[in-house]
Design a protein around this ligand. Sequence first.
Ligand SMILES: [Fe+2]
Length: 389
Amino acid sequence: MKLTNFDYSPNTRIIFGCKSIDDIGEEAVQLGGKHVLLVTDKGVAEAGHVKGVIANLESCNLHTVIFDDVRENPTTEDVNHCLQLASEHPIDLIIGLGGGSSLDTAKGCNFLLTNGGEMKDYLGIGKAKKPMLPMIAVPTTAGTGSETQSFALISDEITHQKMACGDSKATPKIAILDPELTLSQPKKVAICTAIDAITHAVESAVTTKQNPISLLFAKEAFKMAQSGFESMVSDPENIAARSKLLLGASYAGIAIENSMLGAAHAAANPLTAHYGIVHGNAVGVMLPHIVRFNCDDSTSQKIYAELVADIGIANEKYKTDDAVNRFVERIDYLVGLAGFSDIKLGHNINEAELSMLANEASKQWTANFNPRKIVASDFARIYRKVLGC
Ligand SMILES: [Fe+2]
């Protein structure tokens, strides 16, 4: 396999382990923080995590302002509300505590607080001209990997178009990965976020931008996340399983940062935007179809065979075709374990809607990086199978 050039700089210090959250105050002080903006949501507050973090920050003499109104799939309006609060205080450090939505809202606020303008001004990569505030990311779900990425995913309030706004200055300086914090996730949420992490690993492993460093992280992410997921489904309190999932999700975040995502995400986003299907559920139902589609690409075949060999289901004695079949079976099995409810919307979707979905999917940024070229008619064919129309 040809080794592609890459330029990788690890921007996020990762602190992993049970009770690592207890170091947050000291770490914030080390980063020069005095006035902290804590961005989170009501569910995380109800789980008691906000109270614990505030007490820790206060014990280190840090002033804290709390924005706990984060909503799922944050929009430009959510970021503006957060910005309004932040602007009233001399904020010098931001903490994102929660799922990907909290971390993305925190990053979005960081863009506007330090560089002004609107989120759409930062669509793409490297549009922030001025320095940004240091950020500490504390994920309480194991899924998006936002804690190790430079991107804030913010939807336009009106059009619901998901904007990927990336800048290395927005990358969290520190990610605190405390597996115990993820125990508060309801099982259903944990399943959706885990499937998202597995999809990140599988997609980032084979994109047109994949390279030795992204593949390294994608492979380890797949190994950790799929194993942790299998154990977590039968035993949600299993801390070893939660640890593997949390680490797997963060590794997948690094893989995405270095290689982007593919067509499963491109196909999933319109389903979330138009029908409110939860992201993890949407990518999960799409993943087996996109993996089968990509099996026609010889490099993807080889990588799929390696992924399944890495988890001991195939070995080097397997012919590539056989190993790829085992990989596809494994993906079917993992998505089956999630037990997603049927999203067959066939009777509600007419031809015009189907072609609207397929067109939108083909225009998603991540579709550009799918290893096998995919166009609207391919998405339409896949949607017909998945949605039953
Ligand atoms: Fe995702």
